[in-house]
Design a protein around this ligand. Structure first.
Ligand SMILES: Cc1cc2nc3c(=O)[nH]c(=O)nc-3n(C[C@H](O)[C@H](O)[C@H](O)COP(=O)(O)OP(=O)(O)OC[C@H]3O[C@@H](n4cnc5c(N)ncnc54)[C@H](O)[C@@H]3O)c2cc1C
Length: 698
């Protein structure tokens, strides 16, 4: 009999965010201005678990919901009780607050151990089920970190399950398709990416849920060693509003105007309008290489930089050239001269910072390569471009760690893309990606050489592997970065550190994060954001073989079926027309996308290719090979048409390098309208035939 522990979290309702939800000074979210709700994917995970219990054939199985949060998180436990849970546990303690993902996963894992001992009587036949990620953090790191702490298999990005031959097979999202896997042993952690069959509460069950006592534990009850701000391995140094989209976001009211805009956009020399330009930021220089040793122009925030400018000016005015000789009288003089700019403690910290010249971390800058069937994932090359830039700033080498079987031929390509050293771990057991085996290989290689920075692609594979490796090595990890820069945080004693910038709260804010208490700084970076360098086959590099002992026990998952897209698609075409779930059915996709492609091709005299969202592919409208996005293909045409596509981040990642994006959607509030250049509100059935006619007659 399997039991189930479901992790649920209370989150702010980010769908209702308005500008006044943020503190204008700090840019941080004022939680009380937003309603709190259960994280939607956790609600889906609860429904998914209920389904597992049903098909698993044992109605006696228990579902235990666990949450960590403030006392008011009780509400999500009542929600769980009223739908499916039999027992609920609230882990609440001030000491647990302010935690990053490591300091969240650790106490949750210890609470799970206590549930297993106290409630499940040490049985081993259970699943831990949770949403893929929460909307406030958006990291997807906590579940794999829990799996790592408990040494359990982890199956992430699950969209369905089947109970056959007395065990569960789980269908999950992978790059280029989908895969069905089973855990080789239980317990196991499952993360749910989509389950669209919500549970509803009956009156009777709601009454029962409101009366039922829940179990409440504090930090002392679970005795987790890594908790709260102190246990965290990352710290937020700045929160700020996201920059305005570089896209035009212009609504068009009639097809005639749209047809004209299509022709004009195609013929204009419109170089990558949507791309953020990061080339403005000056390249970091280590303090010892700066012309002026008081130069602190590479601080992580503008405020810090300005404070240092004031301080250095005062030092120069007072004729102070040797920081180590500053006495109390000098301090008084500086404070008097600087007026209200900083108080005594700040001055001491800044002076200490000014003495620092040595970088806080040593070692190379690494990328963990992702590959399948002998092909390196494009995001790996983009990351090598970034690693090259960071390594040059830090006067060190760029390395690539790659694990697999018969992969040595890939080294040449990685070197040509900008890497200096390729660290290869080969073993037959690494022929296909298994999270536990790959974690072992990559973590072992990292802990042998200790690079100062390790970058992974924020693909399903990277977002699974990185949390496991970083947790195992006791290092901080920042998810899904869109900006990576070397800067100083001198006042806090950090020189030449990696500042990791990422969107948070569903893209409503940006946060800049630094790593602390770690030997290596780790981040996953969003595909399509960093730039690949031009291939240089004349580059020389070194191949370093890393040996590791793996056995069958290191393989945690059994792969039952893999479905990958096959067929010929020319995504290098100048124009791509994608259909989404809004196309309604395969016939509509064939008819409308087909006719639109033909008329565009004639009008613009170019090849036009068909694309699709993942949802359209899953609905069977078109084959997998046409999928655009994070787990499909990333494209960069001149014109991209999104027909009946909502604009989910995983889709938009794949079209970031497009020159002009045009959307047709029946929902006036479709998120894609804030991420495109031109849009028209209406159904594809109405708009597309008229647009085709317009293109043909104009
Ligand atoms: C790990 C992971 C990886 C993923 N990778 C990808 C990926 O690579 N690519 C990808 O696309 N997705 C990916 N997804 C899925 C992604 O999150 C979204 O679920 C998906 O992009 C939604 O597709 P959609 O916009 O077609 O469907 P929906 O989100 O359902 O949107 C359909 C849209 O059609 C509109 N509509 C409905 N009827 C009509 C009509 N008659 N006329 C016009 N408009 C209409 C609706 O208003 C809606 O906006 C991934 C998800 C995960 C978890």
């Amino acid at each position: 009999m399997s039991n189930y522990i479901v992790l649920v979290k209370q989150v702010p309702d980010v769908t209702q965010i308005t500008d006044n939800a943020f503190d204008p000074e700090s840019g941080t979210l004022i939680r009380t201005r937003l309603a709190s709700v259960i994280n939607e994917l956790d609600a889906q995970a609860l429904a998914f678990t209920n389904y597992m219990r049903k098909v698993g054939g044992d109605p006696q199985s228990k579902i235990i919901a666990l949450t960590m949060g403030p006392p008011m998180a009780e509400e999500v436990l009542r929600y769980s009780l009223s739908r499916a849970a039999d027992t609920v546990v609230l882990l609440t303690d001030k000491a647990l607050g302010g935690a990053d993902t490591v300091a969240t996963a650790n106490p949750l894992a210890f609470a799970i151990k206590k549930i297993v001992k106290d409630i499940l009587n040490c049985g081993n036949d259970y699943y831990i089920v949770t949403g893929m990620q929460s909307v406030d953090g958006d990291t997807a790191q906590v579940p794999p970190q829990i799996a790592e702490e408990l040494a359990l298999p982890c199956i992430a990005y699950v969209t369905g399950t089947e109970f056959k031959n007395n065990r569960f097979g789980f269908t999950r999202i992978i790059s280029g398709g989908s895969q069905t896997v089973a855990a080789k042993k239980l317990p196991a952690v499952i993360t749910v990416a989509k389950y669209e069959y919500p549970l509803f509460a009956t009156f009777a069950r709601t009454r029962w849920a409101n009366k039922t006592e829940f179990i409440q534990w504090t930090s002392d009850d679970i005795k987790a060693p890594i908790i709260g701000v102190k246990g965290s391995k990352t710290s937020v140094i700045r929160v700020f509003p996201p920059g305005k989209s570089a896209r035009k976001c212009r609504q068009v009211s009639d097809v005639k105007t749209l047809a004209k805009l299509i022709v004009d956009s195609y013929s204009s020399e419109n170089a990558n309008v949507g791309k953020a330009d990061s080339s403005q930021t000056p390249r970091y220089v280590l303090p010892e290489r700066r012309a002026d040793r008081f130069d602190r122009s590479f601080e992580g925030t503008q405020k810090e930089q300005q404070d240092y400018e004031i301080l250095v000016e005062k030092l120069k005015e007072l004729g102070i050239t040797d920081i180590s000789r500053i006495d109390d009288a000098d301090r008084q003089n500086i404070l008097a001269a600087a007026g209200e700019h900083f108080h005594k403690k700040a001055l001491d910290d800044m002076l200490n910072g000014l003495k620092l010249t040595e970088p806080s971390f040593r070692g190379e800058v690494w990328v963990v390569a992702e590959h399948s069937d002998g092909t390196i994932h494009p995001a790996t090359f983009e990351l090598i471009g970034k690693a090259r830039e960071l390594a040059d700033s830090l006067q060190t080498k760029a390395g690539v760690a790659i694990a697999g079987y018969q992969i040595e031929p890939m080294a040449k390509e990685l070197i040509a893309a900008g890497a200096d050293n390729i660290y290869i771990t080969e073993d037959k057991l690494l022929s296909v990606f298994d999270p536990t085996a790959y974690r072992k290989a990559i973590a072992d290689c990292i802990s042998t050489h200790w690079p100062q920075i390790v970058l992974y692609a924020a693909t399903p594979q990277g977002r699974m592997l990185a949390p496991m490796v970083s947790y195992r090595l006791g290092c901080g990890l920042t998810a899904d970065c869109t900006g990576l820069d070397i800067r100083d945080n001198s006042r806090n004693g950090y020189i030449g550190i990696l500042l990791q910038t990422r969107p948070a709260l569903g893209g409503n804010v940006m946060a800049t994060i630094r790593t602390k208490n770690s030997k290596s700084q780790m981040a996953t970076a969003r595909p399509g954001v960093m730039k690949r360098l031009p291939t240089d086959n004349s580059r020389k590099g070194k191949v370093i073989n890393h040996k590791i002992r793996l056995t069958d026990d290191d393989i945690s998952l059994q792969i039952l079926k893999t479905e990958l897209g096959t067929g010929d698609v020319n995504f290098a075409a100048d124009v791509i027309v994608s259909g989404g779930k809004g196309m309604q059915n395969r016939d509509n996709y064939e008819r409308l996308v087909g006719a639109f492609c033909d008329s565009l091709s004639k009008k613009l005299d170019t090849q036009v290719e068909r694309g699709a969202s993942r949802a359209a592919v899953e609905q069977g409208f078109v084959e997998h090979v046409h999928q655009v996005g994070q787990t499909g293909t990333s494209i960069g045409p001149k014109l991209y048409f999104a027909l009946g596509i909502s604009g989910a981040i995983q889709h938009m990642i794949g079209v970031a390098n497009t020159e002009t994006i045009i959307a047709i959607n029946s929902d006036p509030n479709a998120p894609i309208f804030k991420q495109c250049d031109y849009y028209i509100v209406g159904t594809v059935e109405d708009i597309v035939p008229n647009l085709v006619q317009e293109l043909e007659t104009e």
